[in-house]
Design a protein around this ligand. Structure first.
Ligand SMILES: Cc1cc2nc3c(=O)[nH]c(=O)nc-3n(C[C@H](O)[C@H](O)[C@H](O)COP(=O)(O)OP(=O)(O)OC[C@H]3O[C@@H](n4cnc5c(N)ncnc54)[C@H](O)[C@@H]3O)c2cc1C
Length: 397
């Protein structure tokens, strides 16, 4: 083993949570090192989320990485719910008193953050998987990782586990210190990415007797569409034509008529899961983002929750290094979890409302009745809108 390195905050994972945390800390002169299992090319190519809440957008501005997003991102003021052959628009801006969402791919956001980090000579060790977090209950936690086939140690004041659902940070904590809540949904999402103009200028969420469909986008020329599929379905079972035909069937006639199809750039199947590990802090190890929680993508909350965790964690660490305060570090887990559980609830509710769970026709009728209520009532559509644009961050200072 080589001589151990030292940093103030050791960060595992260069997804949105780890990169954004490092960027916010560096603006306050706090040193961090990121260890990342994958190569830079792999991290930058991962196709994932695309809807940013206002709070996430504000955080990217604060981190000084918003220039390209401001130029290329699309501000959306509403979404459409399609059901029973109808299309009903939810006016996010009007219902929330001015809030909107930003369409900007996670791929682009990740590239912006990596470029900013490397331009400021911040350390990211790519292709360097963390193996375990040691001594997290002591004042000197360590990340043991591998680089070029050799084991290395990173000694830190604090470790931020930002290494996603399959990472090692959470797994390093002994089982008696974490309580885990998990729900698996009995279906998945088959997604296609294609260079075709979006069917509508805003997102369409469709409830249909054949199953859920979502028309999303990454830019005015790149679309991201999904159809609900069986959990054991395989991408190999789907030709491009089969996908487009199934999507058309699930959309209202006027939208189906406008849908432009094209060859896939990517096609994948994602399972749907709700998962929370509590608490989000054990000793000097802090979990943030998917390392601590997973939501089904229906509410577009995964990436945004990584953002709100980082909002609280960055402020707690800045208060510690700037003023010697530990009170915000002590409040991190409970504060972050309050927002996490509200997003878990919203994502579960929207998933339950929009997907086909079984063949019993009463369930579809009940969904249509609820959609009729939600879209027809100011109270119902406001509750949807304010959760969709993102609940505000709590005061944390
Ligand atoms: C296929 C897919 C599609 C998705 N679609 C959507 C969507 O449409 N909308 C939405 O809101 N959310 C979506 N999500 C969720 C969203 O992408 C995540 O919530 C978001 O990426 C969370 O960011 P994160 O930084 O916490 O974790 P991640 O982005 O998962 O980053 C974790 C990082 O840690 C690294 N890592 C893992 N293990 C180790 C290790 N041992 N050592 C070092 N590094 C390690 C990983 O390589 C990765 O770079 C999707 C997720 C997936 C997997």
């Amino acid at each position: 083993m080589n001589k151990p390195q030292r940093t103030q905050v050791g960060i595992i994972g260069s997804g949105p949570a780890g990169l954004l945390l490092a960027q916010l800390l560096s603006r306050h002169g706090i040193d961090s090192v990121i260890v990342e299992r994958q190569s830079r090319a792999h991290v930058e190519a991962r196709i994932r989320a695309g809807v940013l809440e206002q709070g996430t957008v504000a955080l990217l501005r604060e981190a000084g990485v918003s220039q390209r997003m401001e130029r290329e991102g699309l501000v959306h003021e509403g979404i459409t719910l399609a059901f029973a052959g109808r299309r009903e628009r939810i006016d996010l801006r009007k219902l929330t008193g001015g809030s909107t969402v930003m369409i900007y791919g996670q791929t682009e956001l990740t590239r912006d953050l990596i470029n900013a980090r490397l331009a400021a000579n911040g350390a990211i060790h790519f292709e360097s998987p963390a193996l375990v977090v040691e001594d997290y209950l002591s004042e000197q936690p360590r990340i043991v990782y591998e680089q070029n086939g050799q084991q290395q140690e990173l000694h830190c004041d604090f470790v931020a586990g930002c290494d996603g659902y399959h990472g090692v940070a959470r797994q390093s904590v002994s089982a008696d210190k974490l309580q885990v809540f998990e729900k698996l949904y009995p279906f998945g999402w088959l997604g296609i990415l294609a260079d075709v103009p979006p069917v509508d200028h805003e997102l369409i969420y469709a409830n249909h007797e054949r199953g859920f469909a979502l028309c999303s986008m990454r830019s005015p020329t790149r679309s991201r569409y999904y159809v609900q599929c069986a959990l054991d379905d395989k991408v190999e079972n789907w030709s491009d034509d089969a996908f487009w035909n199934e999507l058309r069937r699930r959309l209202p006639a006027e939208s189906a008529a406008q849908l432009i199809s094209g060859p896939r750039l990517e096609m994948s199947i994602a399972p749907l899961r709700s998962f929370v590990a509590e608490p989000m802090r054990v000793g000097r190890l802090f979990l943030a983002g998917d390392a601590a929680h997973i939501v089904p993508p229906t509410g577009a909350k995964g990436l945004n929750l990584a953002g709100s965790d980082v909002f609280y964690l960055s402020r707690a660490l800045i208060a510690y290094y700037g003023e010697g305060r530990t009170d915000l570090l002590d409040r991190y887990s409970a504060t972050a979890l309050r927002r996490v559980w509200k997003a878990i609830r919203f994502s579960w509710w929207l998933t339950s409302l929009m997907h086909k769970f079984d063949d019993d026709p009463i369930n579809h009728r009940l969904q249509v009745a609820e959609l009729d209520y939600v879209t027809g009532s100011v109270a119902g559509s406001t509750a949807l809108a304010e959760n969709y644009v993102g609940l505000p961050f709590e005061k944390f200072e």
